[in-house]
Design a protein around this ligand. Sequence first.
Ligand code: UT7
Length: 319
Amino acid sequence: MIWSRIVGTGSGLPAKIVTNDDLAKRMDTSDEWIRTRTGIRQRHIAEPSQTSSDLGADASRAALAAARINPQEIDLIIVATATPDYIFPSTACIMQAKLGIKGCTAFDVQAVCSGFVYALAIADKFIRSGQNRCALVVGTEVYSRILDWNDRGTAVLFGDGAGAVVLKADSKPGILGSVLHADGSYADILSVPGNVCGGKIVGSPFLRMEGQAVFKFAVKVLDEVARETLALCGLATADIDWLIPHQANVRILEATAKKLGIEPSKLIVTVDRHGNTSAASVPLALDLAIRDGRIKRGHKVMLQGVGGGFTWGASLVEM
Ligand code: UT7
């Protein structure tokens, strides 16, 4: 039987850090409000010249180095992003060229903050079918480009960055099981409701969100999808070594762990330092906790996404 295993992870973060106090100098907010409502202390913000493919390529190089894999071994690239470099070609194709890889399958997945979990599940299926042997799965975002910096209700919440994993075919289990969901009837509670037509932006190019509706939805479905994924794998919450939900708000993360009966010490939190980086948040958190030594080989990690669409999903991964 063929399984897919995560054999390397990497991060790509812009050098520029913007603290809550920095934001309070340019809008009517405070460090106290942002920290107590969200847990966020700072976020990384890309330079105008830095794109999703740049950050994704940085994260990919780090993941390839960690996996000791030559880029030419990669035969599948899936990039999850809601902030692509262009309308087309895909960010995956642009990133492929930046990595000096030619010819392999490359495409983007659009599932907003659930994008990485969607992309990982898709790559797992490609590998388990025998079609591919070694995949690069990337979540990368430059949300600073789609924020209305006059809207304190959303501008303080997000950051830029990328996370990547190398997924390889193996005879031993890695991705134990994945569950993906969507409900488009909730499209309006979190969206960027604009497009380009005839050379003009039609609608709005800025993110808008009904914060409390999103909050409630997220806590409900993160609990449900974790249980569904455990049931699929024939495991229980006690089998989870680490929980990595999408890093949107520390209160959502803590509420999810509590509902699942998982100790707070098993929760990986990076929203304090990265803000909400949408599709990048889960692989960034995974990489950080592997590099600081918390997540070790053999540990079972529950990765969870939730976001615009609405979309949500989870993967239970044995490292
Ligand atoms: O990845 C996608 C997922 N996104 C999320 O998961 C976000 C989910 N939602 C949330 O995290 C929370 O709903 C927020 C952090 C967005 C907001 O927290 P809240 O506790 O729901 O606050 P609220 O929207 O009810 O606003 C409370 C007050 C309002 O003032 P009034 O009307 O009570 O006078 C807001 O105007 O806080 C005010 N406010 C702010 N004050 C200072 C809103 N944003 C800010 C701000 N600084 N940045």
